[in-house]
Design a protein around this ligand. Structure first.
Ligand code: CP3
Length: 341
């Protein structure tokens, strides 16, 4: 059975949009905290039955229209040779990317099998998911992974990464084929669509974004026509308009909260689905202030008919924040459904 998420991907006009949220499985959610109290984060990701249980918990609890792979975007760096630890809070790599280190990366045929657990996690999730729900895979974007490899974080001014564009080119030549192989594994595992989360790419101004990243991003899109979505925090029309990015065969784009979503659906005519973009900080609210914020977000979309809303996948402008009340997530999903029913 084709559910509302799959129909939105096909571009069917829909009265009620599908809803899923980045980081819908995570620390704000009591079932995640219970499992996390018993298992380390990596064990949750690497054990397919546990990853499936984590991914299913928010779908069962809040009736999201899609489950998302429970994993992390840094595992391809581990597959290439970095030490990676989640034991002490934020992820830690065992040192920065250098020319020497890049020369010692594992070859592709040794790196790919180290990511097979993501295929198995998706297959275990698909087994538990009812046929009318979608399944989303994800990888990090090449630039975001580069930023982590060089800086050890995606936060801050990132000048070391921005000063190392020669190293980026050499890194991209190794990471892009690995991402292609990983995406193939995730599609084999049953993902309907694979998101490229390129959180740090919007930190580049439009000119370097186009000069350095667009060819790699288009290569990914062309390897899997209509199966990949793209998200970069801070992405603006100036990054993607008038260059090869918009003509690549994307399944769609996910937009942050700074975009006018109704205009993106109608005036700007994004390629494929358009996901977004309620401000995740507003999900920290409850009661009347939350209800008002959701109504303000939905009002311009209510003024469009189902035809004009074609391709809209309702979501956040970024991920669910750890302090978000579960009741706010429930209210968000219910309000979206009731508003368009
Ligand atoms: O959306 C989902 O429900 C799937 C889960 C998911 C995780 N990470 C689980 C996770 C997704 C989609 C990601 C992507 C990810 N990972 C991104 C891109 C999205 C974004 O937020 O910008 C980034 C930058 C990372 C790297 C990463 N992993 C960071 C910065 C951290 C620590 C900070 C944080 O938010 O927790 C992680 C660890 C991580 N990834 C956790 C989870 C649930 C927390 C681990 C724990 O329980 O201790």
């Amino acid at each position: 059975m084709s559910g509302v998420f799959q129909r939105a991907l096909q571009g069917d006009p829909l009265a009620v949009p599908p809803v899923w949220l980045m980081r819908q499985a995570g620390r704000y959610h009591a079932p995640y905290q219970r499992l996390r109290a018993q298992h380390g984060f990596e064990a949750l990701c690497r054990t397919p039955e546990l990853a499936a249980e984590v991914a299913m918990a928010p779908v069962l609890d809040f009736d999201f229209d899609a489950a998302i792979l429970f994993s992390d975007l840094l595992f391809p760096l581990e597959a290439l040779g970095f030490g990676l630890s989640y034991d002490t809070g934020p992820p830690q790599l065992d040192g920065p990317l250098t020319v020497d280190r890049l020369a010692r990366f594992r070859p592709l045929d040794e790196a790919v099998p180290r990511l097979a657990f993501q295929r198995d996690a998706l297959a275990a999730t698909r087994e538990r998911l009812s046929a009318d729900k979608g399944l989303v895979g994800f990888v990090g974007g090449p630039w975001t992974l580069f930023v982590y490899a060089v800086e050890g974080t995606h936060l801050g001014t990132l000048e070391r990464a921005k000063a190392s564009l020669d190293l980026y080119r050499a890194f991209a030549d190794r990471i892009v084929p690995l991402l292609v192989a990983t995406i193939r594994l995730q599609l084999e595992g049953g993902a309907d669509v694979v998101m490229i989360f390129d959180t740090a790419a919007g930190e580049l101004a439009p000119e370097p974004f186009q000069r350095e990243l667009v060819s790699d991003l288009c290569a990914l899109a062309r390897a899997f026509p209509r199966r990949l979505g793209y998200y970069a925090k801070g992405l603006r029309p100036a990054h993607i308009w008038g260059n090869a990015f918009t003509t690549a065969p994307w399944a769609g784009l996910s937009l942050d909260s700074e975009w006018n979503l109704a205009a993106a659906l109608t005036v700007e005519r994004m390629p494929g689905f358009v996901q977004g973009n309620f401000d995740p900080t507003l999900l920290l609210l409850t009661g009347a202030p939350l209800a008002r914020a959701i109504q303000h977000y939905l009002d311009p979309l209510c003024r469009l008919d189902a035809e004009a809303r074609r391709g809209w996948v309702c979501g956040l402008g970024h991920g669910v924040l750890p302090r978000t009340p579960e009741s706010s997530v429930r209210t968000f999903v219910q309000t979206v459904r009731e508003t368009f029913a």
